[in-house]
Write a protein that binds this ligand. Structure first.
Ligand code: SF4
Ligand code: SF4
Ligand code: SF4
Ligand code: FES
Length: 332
């Protein structure tokens, strides 16, 4: 058993873990930027610095393993000053785009600056400018917003296994780029987008169409595209689906999705979508009711069976159907 003290609270741990994780288990939030629970630890941003008794320098809570007897402080004047300094350095080149940026309202950088400052920038040099990339049909990249946290790269390399992107450039030229440079040469799963803490990678499907706080309601449901059954959260505004997102900790997909599940929702509100069954009458498709269509189908199948035998009837089932549909189908 390991016993540590964080902010005066005694915490007992059954197994070795980082100070960040131990604090989280005790309900103590330490700010982070490069850390994500679904990704391997990186330790690059230093926003998670904490004071540890008998250690002369501030320590990264995400990389420091809790040792028996450690006494840790997560908030102090010195810590706030260091966090403010780190954020000020990030903002030297970060555009102050929040009123225009789609990430505003769910942006981790915005929340951190709101809490720790700075309220005024001291650097007057011209900010670096990286033109937005609209070369991908689904994503837009705003790399002047990239804070080089590498979350997207760790997601793509280690979780998705696609290795389609990396950090390029040095110093203030560093940013994420796909290996193919121009557009992403991958399946557009969008899992890099899920973990980006800022508005550097965004979906073009909802660009400038709503703000996160304008969502009226969220519905947890299951993606109907294939038989895997990933859990998704559908976000709705004015009875129209604005976004489909996965949620870490929800369902067997645990925060991951493929491109169809994440981006393939526009058909739901499509004007061309068939909402009633059609029956061909005198060579022309006409709208009918479900009961009329089912009666018509049953009558035709019975006629075929009676005149040609049961083997004359075949059907195609799909993993897009529900379990109940497929059960009835195999009985049929
Ligand atoms: S990424 Fe965040 S901090 Fe940067 S402009 Fe967008 S909302 Fe503002
Ligand atoms: S969309 Fe998926 S495969 Fe493509 S870069 Fe992002 S995480 Fe990698
Ligand atoms: S694109 Fe986003 S997730 Fe990737 S390194 Fe930049 S800020 Fe981090
Ligand atoms: S969250 Fe610990 S260094 Fe970034």
């Amino acid at each position: 058993m390991i016993t540590i003290t964080i902010n005066g609270k005694n915490i007992k741990l059954d197994e070795p873990m980082s100070v960040l994780k131990a604090a989280g288990k005790a309900g103590i939030k330490i700010p982070t930027l490069c850390h994500h629970d679904a990704l391997e630890t990186y330790g690059g941003c230093r926003l998670c610095v904490v004071e540890v008794e008998r250690m002369p320098k501030l320590q990264n809570a995400c990389t420091l393993i809790a040792a028996d007897g450690m006494v840790i402080t997560t908030e102090s004047e010195v810590i706030s000053k260091v966090r403010r300094g780190i954020l000020e350095l990030l903002l030297i080149n970060h555009p102050l785009d929040c009123p225009y940026c789609d990430k505003a309202g769910e942006c981790e950088l915005q929340d951190l600056v709101d809490k720790y400052g700075p309220t005024v920038g001291r650097y007057t040099e011209i900010k670096r400018k990286v033109p937005a990339s609209h070369k991908d049909e689904i994503f837009v990249r705003n790399m002047d917003r990239c804070v080089v946290c590498t979350r997207c790269v760790r997601m793509c390399n280690k979780v998705q296994g696609a290795s389609a992107i990396d950090i390029i450039g040095r110093g203030n030229k560093s940013r994420m780029e796909p290996f193919s440079s121009a557009s992403f040469n991958c399946e557009y799963c969008g899992n890099c987008l899920s973990v980006c803490p800022v508005g550097a990678i965004l979906s073009r499907l909802y660009l400038h169409s709503f703000r996160p706080w304008q969502i009226d309601r969220e519905e947890e449901t299951v993606c109907s595209y294939c038989g895997v059954g990933c859990s998704v959260v559908v976000q709705v505004r004015d009875d129209s689906i604005k976004r489909v997102i996965p949620r870490f900790g929800l369902g067997l997909n645990n925060g991951l999705l493929c491109s169809r599940g994440r981006f393939g929702y526009e058909y739901i509100n499509s004007e061309e979508r068939l909402k009633e069954p059609l029956i061909r009458k005198n060579g022309k498709l006409e709208k009918s009711t479900w009961s009329e269509a089912i009666d018509f189908t049953a009558k035709k199948l019975t006629e075929i069976k009676n005149s040609h035998g049961g083997d004359a009837v075949a059907g195609i089932a799909s993993p897009r159907c529900t379990n109940e549909d497929n059960y009835v189908f195999q009985k049929f």
